[in-house]
Design a protein around this ligand. Structure first.
Ligand SMILES: *[C@@H]1O[C@H](CO)[C@@H](O)[C@H](O)[C@H]1NC(C)=O
Ligand SMILES: *[C@@H]1O[C@H](CO)[C@@H](O)[C@H](O)[C@H]1NC(C)=O
Ligand SMILES: *[C@@H]1O[C@H](CO)[C@@H](O)[C@H](O)[C@H]1NC(C)=O
Ligand SMILES: *[C@@H]1O[C@H](CO)[C@@H](O)[C@H](O)[C@H]1NC(C)=O
Ligand SMILES: *[C@@H]1O[C@H](CO)[C@@H](O)[C@H](O)[C@H]1NC(C)=O
Ligand SMILES: *[C@@H]1O[C@H](CO)[C@@H](O)[C@H](O)[C@H]1NC(C)=O
Length: 406
């Protein structure tokens, strides 16, 4: 028996270890070939949430708060929902913010380069699947589901179009190593197909292309794109069915000032009394993970998701307390414009992945670390710098042992 099973097992391990490197080629012919056989999946589920049953997160690019709220189309969207006036990005440039929004840390990253986070680092996708909550990414102009290349330009005019740095799930090998997860990382064409077929997932992350999201253009283009995309969906029951939408930015444009960005919450999950109001609580990209955890009673990653504020409209129903920043360094002195240094930092620094905080439920809520994460990390001597506090580090105030080297 053993001689039969062993090679089969080795083969399975070999295949799994390769999936993250199988779909990286960007030459037109390679892309066309892969597209012809790429797997696309659109799993659905109906897990009741405490405040919403669907969460759609849309990220735009590089705009300072005042510019964003000054845009007439974003202001129109804000009028239909809640304006988050104290929502902060984590660092510069783009990619670490995206990585953090699903991974609960940016692991010291300060670059936009091709990145593969090791298999043993989990993301919100592990938490969602654990509770049967369906998920998907919709990346405008990604050439096929599960594409892993660094970028794919517009084939007619050569302009920047799809970029991996704005696709958070694919940079984690815990996702890219699994064909069935790659199959849920789709483009916006498939969003419209899923909408038609009523097969949208319960949690989704939407990234417009480099034109639409304002990166290569400006907030006027980003605002126009977002309203054009969202306005019809706001009254479409195939999308809007106890749905919460978050529109935000990865980072603000000016590096020398604090990294505050606009956040807008809208959708039919927003209680009517809150439409047109604003919320000045301190939030950051980790709030996106914490809010999903609180809503669906997910486990945690044991990283910065644990201490993050849950969006107040959800916290009011989940029993989470929305806290104010009370660190020894005041929020006024936190710029979040510079990364501490960790394994994803290219300028040096500590190369060791911090371990999740396995201490269990915090005083804040009763959510515990995902058992599979505990199993993977228990007993590992990696340093742990996550607490259940709201306060998080930045490059000027790094975790012990993770100071930037230059
Ligand atoms: C989007 O992905 C699908 C599925 O892989 C593919 O068939 C289609 O060509 C892609 N669309 C664009 C615009 O690249
Ligand atoms: C990005 O998408 C928009 C439509 O949303 C399209 O008009 C534009 O041409 C695309 N950008 C590129 C570079 O292909
Ligand atoms: C809305 O969600 C409920 C379950 O919460 C489901 O029964 C119903 O079919 C959904 N409506 C639409 C139009 O999808
Ligand atoms: C971050 O902002 C502070 C305060 O304006 C500034 O002194 C510092 O140079 C900025 N850091 C970077 C990397 O831009
Ligand atoms: C970037 O965010 C900070 C707040 O953290 C805000 O004061 C500033 O206005 C924004 N940038 C600019 C140039 O407006
Ligand atoms: C996770 O993987 C990284 C990179 O392979 C390794 O350095 C680290 O020790 C692993 N951690 C655990 C807990 O296995």
């Amino acid at each position: 028996m053993r001689s039969i099973i062993l090679p089969a097992l080795l083969f399975a391990v070999h295949v799994a270890a390769q999936a993250e490197n199988t779909y990286t080629a960007t030459a037109t012919s390679d892309v066309e070939q892969a597209r012809a056989t790429a797997k696309t999946l659109s799993p659905t589920s109906n897990v009741k949430g405490k405040a919403f049953d669907r969460l759609a997160i849309i990220w735009l690019e590089n705009t300072d708060y005042d510019m964003a709220i000054g845009d007439p189309n974003l202001a129109w969207l804000a009028k239909h929902g809640i304006t988050l006036t104290n929502y902060n990005a984590l660092t510069h440039p783009s990619q670490p913010n995206y990585i953090a929004a699903v991974g609960g840390d940016y692991f010291g990253m300060q670059n936009d380069d091709f990145t593969q986070v090791p298999h043993n680092v989990s993301t919100i996708i592990d938490l969602l699947e654990d509770k049967g909550v369906s998920w998907g990414h919709y990346q405008e102009d990604m050439p096929y589901s599960g594409f892993e290349g660094q970028a794919y330009v517009n084939q007619k005019n050569g302009k920047n179009d799809y970029v991996r740095k704005h696709n958070p799930a694919v940079s984690f090998n815990s996702n890219a190593g699994l064909i069935d997860r790659l199959a849920c990382i789709k483009n916006l064409t498939v969003f419209h197909q899923d909408l038609e077929a009523e097969t949208l997932p319960q949690w989704m992350f939407i990234t417009p292309n480099m034109t639409s999201d304002g990166h290569d253009t400006d907030v006027t283009v980003a605002g126009t794109w977002t309203r054009t995309f969202l306005e019809p969906l706001l009254s479409d029951p195939r999308f809007m069915n106890n749905t919460l939408v978050l529109v935000t930015f990865d980072e603000n444009e000016t590096y020398g000032v604090q990294n505050r960005i606009l956040g807008i919450l809208l959708g039919d999950a927003v209680p009517p009394a809150l439409v047109g109001t604003s919320d000045g609580s301190y939030y950051n990209h980790y709030s996106e993970i914490a809010t999903a955890e609180a809503n669906w009673g997910l486990h945690t990653l044991g990283r910065f998701d644990v201490g993050a504020n849950v969006f107040k409209l959800v916290a009011d129903k989940s029993g989470d307390a929305v806290r104010s920043w009370s660190g020894s360094v005041g929020l006024d002195h936190m710029y979040f414009n510079y990364s501490y240094a960790g394994p994803l930092n290219e300028k040096g620094g500590n190369k060791r992945y911090a371990g999740p905080n396995l201490a269990g439920a915090s005083a804040l809520h009763d959510r515990t670390v995902l058992p599979a994460i505990r199993e993977a990390w228990e007993g590992n001597p990696a340093p742990v710098y996550y607490t259940s506090g709201l306060e998080i580090p930045d490059g000027q105030h790094p975790p012990s042992g993770y100071a930037p080297s230059g």
